[in-house]
Design a protein around this ligand. Structure first.
Ligand code: ZN
Length: 355
């Protein structure tokens, strides 16, 4: 079914040249909660993909291993990305030390591009079977939190049981309140179904290849336990992806199209989502209608002629979505080339889904 989203939007404006995005309706921003100034909650929120990524990495080693937790901490800490350790991590039977330089290489772009902050780490105790942090773990986490001025930290201890080849992986999250010297307390866990949008977007653009961002799929959720639970965690459904994540995904796309076209990108907010307009060769422009719901599918692509007010739909592959920046840039390049070659070329691009 052809949805005349863009044609409808631009049709109202006839042959008028569109005002730049400065005069377009402003994006309504959700209020941003201050970071954990309120009494911190004892629930860890984590995407299914991140729980399974921890399980996959822990199960891949017979010695202690670990990684870092990146997310947003509003009322509850929400894990958007659980990574595995860098190449210089030290692992042995009862000891694990992170690769700190690698942690820096991860945390800087994750903070700048996705507003994620490092708020703790995870490591396995494997066959030791100890589900609580050791005294060394406690000292290290407190030092880290204090050095960074964090109000709280999260540490996940991972234990395994059953067959060595396909173990059951148990996740024990601990909360550290850095305002006092109390011992860490066990946290409840809420698990969102599916893939974290940040993992999905990083994977679509081939970022951090050493993280093997698809590896979480190798361990099924039924091999994961939380705390002392007898069975796998019950999923809390798939939440609507939050505004900061969606806005950042859109601005990364706009930056890529701006680099490609060498001209500013217009952004228009509509009832269904957004329209991004990139200049081809004056008076021609390419307009992408984008669904506001994650993963923000490209609903339609139109070639606009600002001289005549004409809008002509061009065919782009189904499944094209905002996290697949390269796929959308390819559509732009093809449209720019096509003008000079033929008007009847069908433009395709491949989307890279999370899974
Ligand atoms: Zn430990």
């Amino acid at each position: 079914m052809v949805i005349k989203k863009i044609a409808g939007f631009f049709g109202r404006r006839k042959s008028k040249v569109l005002a730049p995005s400065a005069s377009a309706p402003k994006v309504k921003r959700a209020p941003v909660a201050p970071i954990a100034r309120q009494v911190p909650s004892r629930t860890l929120v984590i995407w299914e993909s991140e729980l399974r990524a921890i399980a996959a990495e822990a199960a891949a080693w017979t010695v202690e291993t670990g990684g870092d937790l990146f997310g947003r901490w509003e009322v509850n800490p929400i894990v958007f990305l659980a990574t595995k350790a860098g190449p210089n991590a030290q692992r042995d039977n009862a000891h694990f030390r992170l690769d700190v330089e690698y942690l820096r290489q991860l945390s800087e772009p994750l903070s700048a591009d996705w507003a994620l902050r490092y708020f703790g780490d995870w490591h396995s105790h494997h066959r030791l079977g100890l589900s609580a942090p050791s005294s060394g773990d406690r000292r290290r986490i407190r030092q880290l939190g204090k050095r960074n001025n964090f109000p709280g930290m999260v540490e996940i201890i991972v234990t395994t049981e059953g067959a060595h080849s396909v173990p059951i992986v148990r996740i024990h999250p601990w909360f550290y309140d850095l305002a006092d010297e109390e011992e860490p307390t066990a946290m409840g866990v809420t698990v969102y179904a599916g893939c974290s949008p940040v993992r999905e977007a990083l994977n679509a653009r081939g970022a951090f290849p050493e993280q093997e961002l698809n590896e979480w799929l190798s361990v099924a959720l039924d091999r994961v336990r939380v705390g002392d639970a007898g069975g796998p965690p019950v999923l809390a459904g798939t939440p609507a992806v939050d505004t900061p994540t969606r806005e950042r995904a859109i601005s990364h796309l706009a930056e890529a199209l701006e680099r490609e076209s060498g001209a500013p990108i217009e952004q228009h907010t509509t009832a269904f989502g957004k329209i991004l307009v990139a200049q081809l060769k004056e008076p021609h422009h390419l307009a992408f209608a984008i669904d506001q719901k994650w993963p923000m599918n490209v609903l339609e692509v139109h070639r606009l002629d600002r001289a005549t007010g004409g809008a002509e739909e061009i065919e782009a592959s189904a499944g094209l979505m905002v996290p697949d920046i390269n796929g959308i840039v390819q559509v732009y390049r093809a449209a720019k080339t096509e003008r000079e070659v033929s008007r009847d070329v069908v433009i395709g691009a491949t989307a890279t889904p999370c899974a």
